[in-house]
Design a protein around this ligand. Structure first.
Ligand code: ZN
Length: 138
């Protein structure tokens, strides 16, 4: 699969909303918006708080530590560029700051055991020159 073939599915195109997140990723920092109105973390990044409707926020650095909240094994490619890359594991990580993030589990192979509440820590994967956050067992 070529880099062009991967682009629609894998490679992010930062927007004004999430540029700070992707800038953090390049420095191996996991960042999220914290609402200036109520203090809630906003994920994914968005212009308005779903809890208090404030449009003000600051970016904060997260610890990168959490636990496995849920997961699913993806058997069918959802985009042509994923042909030959299934099955893979899609996970929902509950970060210790309280927000949940969809990601991948490093080094998972089909048939490996997966256990809810497993402690995880962020790791960084280079794909076609772009850094992506994923998680590994802590
Ligand atoms: Zn708020």
């Amino acid at each position: 699969v070529t880099a062009e073939g991967l682009r629609p599915a894998l490679l992010p195109e930062p927007s004004d909303e999430d540029r700070e997140f992707w800038d953090g990723v390049t420095k191996h920092e996991l960042r999220a918006q914290r609402c200036s109105g109520c203090g809630a973390l906003r994920w994914p990044p968005r212009p308005m708080c779903p809890d208090c409707n404030s449009v003000e926020h600051e970016w904060v650095k997260l610890s990168g530590r959490g636990t496995l909240y849920s997961y699913t094994v993806v058997m069918h490619p959802t985009h042509p560029s994923w042909e030959g890359r299934t099955p893979y594991l899609s996970i929902l990580v509950e970060l210790e700051e309280g927000m949940r993030m969809v990601s991948n589990l490093e080094a998972w192979r089909y048939g490996d055991d997966v256990t809810i509440d497993t402690p995880l820590v962020v790791s960084w994967r280079e794909v076609e020159g772009v850094t992506l956050p994923q998680f590994r067992r802590a």
